[in-house]
Design a protein around this ligand. Sequence first.
Ligand code: NAD
Ligand code: DEZ
Length: 375
Amino acid sequence: MLIIADDKIPFLKGVLEPYSKILYLPGASISNKEVKNADALIVRTRTKVNEKLLKGSKVKAVVSATIGTDHLDISWLEKNNIAWSNAPGCNSGSVKQYIASVLANLELKGFSLQGKTLGIIGVGNVGSKIISVGEAFGMKVLLNDPPRKEKEPDFPNTDLNVLLQLSDIITFHVPLTHEGPYSTYHLFNDTTLLMVKRGCVLINSSRGEVVDQQALLKGLNTGIINQAILDVWENEPDISLELQNKLLFGTPHIAGYAVDGKANGSAAAVQFLSKIFHWDLDNWYPQNLPSPANMVITFDEKDDGINTQLAKAILKTYDVSEDSRRLTQNPESFEYLRGAYPVRRELHCWTVKMPKECEDLKQRLSLLGFRIKQQ
Ligand SMILES: NC(=O)c1ccc[n+]([C@@H]2O[C@H](COP(=O)([O-])OP(=O)(O)OC[C@H]3O[C@@H](n4cnc5c(N)ncnc54)[C@H](O)[C@@H]3O)[C@@H](O)[C@H]2O)c1
Ligand SMILES: O=C(O)[C@H](O)[C@H](O)COP(=O)(O)O
């Protein structure tokens, strides 16, 4: 048996070898020639899994160690009886930390978040975790997810245009889709630009093509949009330098790249194949995940306001401005920066040591997912 695996998926080496021959290849270079004799594929977003790749092969199963599925031609896979899966929710905690870090930076730059409105478009695994980030900073939170509203009549949906008009910060967490009533390709465009509250902040960490970059540029050039933060871009890795220069932060598609998110993705991939090929890895999970040396945060800046304290705690776990700086220095290193990503652990891995009297701060830190130790 032969499995082809993307060589950038961590924690896999040695795990599947007792069950199959494994060929590790760079994701973008996996082609029909290599795949011909494979039984299964383990991919990331960089491998387009479609008829061109799989035609004439004996592949029986494809798994992507990612949340997104827009690189998989699902209808072709299903028509050809090829079992497939992604890793739902795997790095949602990592994206939560990314958005928390963006908000923390905004707070410390003087964009006071208390009482402002956060509009979340797409409220699935990631979007639902962003609600508590907004609430922790004392923001009002509006949600837009028409597919959920259709299935769950009680879902508190805000019409897209209303959300755009009322939100000080708009953040996208939708899948990239090109068809159907809820298609998201260029969901943000010239028309929706005219709906937003003047001076708003736009964040996109979903897929680049959800936001029409020309419309975003127009928004930034005219002041309709005050600041924009992009983790995902049209035409990755060839990003628009004109746009990059106008962003508050631009990062190389790493919002989901905390160690925890990657470990969850690898585990989901292994467990999926284990069930199909009847190995005894149905509950497999990577051991000894790498961590920073010290994951304890001590609070003593009692004079800071509560949102400043929250922001400082978040930035001790992860500062998005550092990822943005690295990409600004080397925009052509987009893929390199992804491959050589430093160790980052999600918020729930960090302990905050704090004085007993700060009950409100404690609640807000808990909303963000921190472990709390009161002294
Ligand atoms: N930048 C990164 O590193 C990173 C990491 C993880 C996920 N992502 C992207 O974020 C997307 C969302 O992740 P998720 O785990 O929350 O996915 P999910 O499938 O759990 O949730 C997506 C939500 O979007 C909703 N939706 C679909 N079309 C919509 C529309 N037109 N308007 C509003 N809502 C709509 C769906 O109903 C669903 O609730 C992924 O598909 C992936 O593309 C990016
Ligand atoms: O869809 C996802 O899970 C994320 O976008 C993920 O971070 C993609 O990572 P990649 O497969 O490109 O390494």
